[in-house]
Design a protein around this ligand. Structure first.
Ligand SMILES: NC(=O)c1ccc[n+]([C@@H]2O[C@H](COP(=O)([O-])OP(=O)(O)OC[C@H]3O[C@@H](n4cnc5c(N)ncnc54)[C@H](O)[C@@H]3O)[C@@H](O)[C@H]2O)c1
Ligand SMILES: O=C(O)C[C@H](O)C(=O)O
Length: 345
């Protein structure tokens, strides 16, 4: 039963090098003790993400924190007969206990979009939520790798960096905006158009995580396919609007949760693999960066024992991608500056 479940995950999991341990079997192989905390664990993303992290054999302790409903989620997930110990924490007074000793903290806490909203429309509520949670991270687990899912990622990551700077705990190698869902979508859409096996596809996605700031680099997609320019443009637009496609389909009942949980689990797994010293773990992520003149930028990142080991360059871009890159910069910079300003006010 257990092995068949992992076969399903293996089939689902077409990520690059970082995916393998998500479906690694339960052998006697020794892996270091690792605690993962999910903040917002009772939400639409939090619940399936908690499930996927419970299936990850690299996790020893799984802390599920939310302001409401975590006892039920934790009781439910804890009955799954996999390795990790699950504990639920509810309310601010239990946040410290949830965070203490964490190696990786995943943050899907905050409100999702409704049709007609941009991710930036979430700023007023989510900025404060993220700031409060990051204050606690700085206090209780300053060395943890932080995987920021809460939107607008283009602003919440800069907010987190400022909170950590103020607390004197900022390490740019340990703060990640999770953009894996953009990569997951780009792979799926490319495979469909190029008629190549989706499990073999790789597509880097750079920039940020909102609208035109999401820049998939289909010129670097593998396996290669000779797609027409209008196909590339349509794929680019669909990837940029992927979140909105889901928001509209859910018609007021939230945004992507299941595909996001999958993407979040892949990224957290990559972080754990890096921490554990697995070589050549590469994922795209929105991190502090000098790849462009912007202070934060998503690109391929090599993960290691201390978090970011290398922020990789963009590689060769097509003229269409070069144009997209220049177009995204003002919007991305404005979102970054908005986050920094909020955290310092
Ligand atoms: N990065 C991405 O690619 C990506 C993808 C999808 C969604 N998101 C974002 O993720 C966030 C969550 O989406 P969702 O669909 O899970 O929303 P949701 O409303 O279903 O769940 C959010 C959860 O956060 C909890 N929460 C609120 N304030 C909290 C606090 N201070 N501490 C801890 N928990 C708190 C809520 O109680 C709720 O359980 C949204 O901001 C959404 O836009 C990001
Ligand atoms: O689109 C959203 O609001 C959620 C998320 O950022 C996504 O890309 O699905």
């Amino acid at each position: 039963m257990r092995s068949s479940l992992f076969r399903v995950i293996k089939t689902l999991n077409n990520s690059t090098s970082s995916s393998h341990l998500l479906h690694r079997g339960y052998g006697s192989e020794a892996v270091p003790h690792r605690k993962v905390a999910v903040l917002g664990a009772a939400g639409g993303i939090g619940q399936p993400l908690a499930l996927l992290m419970k299936l990850n054999p690299l996790v020893s302790d799984l802390a599920l924190y939310d302001i409401a409903n975590t006892p039920g989620v934790a009781a439910d997930v804890s009955h799954i007969n996999t390795k990790s110990e699950v504990k639920g924490y509810m309310g601010e007074e239990e946040l410290g206990k949830a965070l203490e000793g964490s190696d990786v903290v995943i943050i899907p806490a905050g409100v999702p979009r409704k049709p007609g909203m941009t991710r930036d429309d979430l700023f007023n509520i989510n900025a404060g939520i993220v700031k409060g949670l990051c204050d606690a991270i700085a206090k209780y687990c300053p060395n943890a790798l932080v995987n920021m899912i809460s939107n607008p990622v283009n602003s919440t990551v800069p907010i987190a960096s400022e909170v950590f700077k103020k607390a004197g705990t900022y390490d740019e190698k340990k703060l990640f905006g999770v953009t894996t869902l953009d990569v997951v979508r780009a792979k799926t859409f490319y495979a469909g158009k190029a008629k190549v096996p989706v499990t073999e596809v790789n597509v880097p996605v750079v920039g940020g995580h909102a609208g035109i700031t999401i820049l998939p680099l289909f010129s670097q997609a593998t396996p290669k396919a000779n797609l027409a320019d209008e196909d590339i443009q349509a794929l680019t637009k669909r990837t940029q609007d992927g979140g909105t496609e889901v928001v509209e389909a859910k018609a007021g009942k939230g945004s992507a949760t299941l595909s996001m949980a999958y993407a979040g689990a892949i990224f957290a797994d990559a972080c754990l693999k890096g921490l554990n010293g697995v070589a050549d773990v590469v994922e795209c992520s929105f991190v502090q960066s000098s790849v462009t003149e912007l202070p934060f930028f998503a690109s391929k990142v090599r993960l290691g024992k201390n978090g970011v080991e290398e922020v990789m360059g963009l590689g060769a871009l097509s003229d269409y991608e070069k144009e997209g890159l220049e177009k995204l910069k003002p919007e991305l910079l404005a979102s970054i500056e908005k986050g920094i300003k909020f955290a310092n006010k």
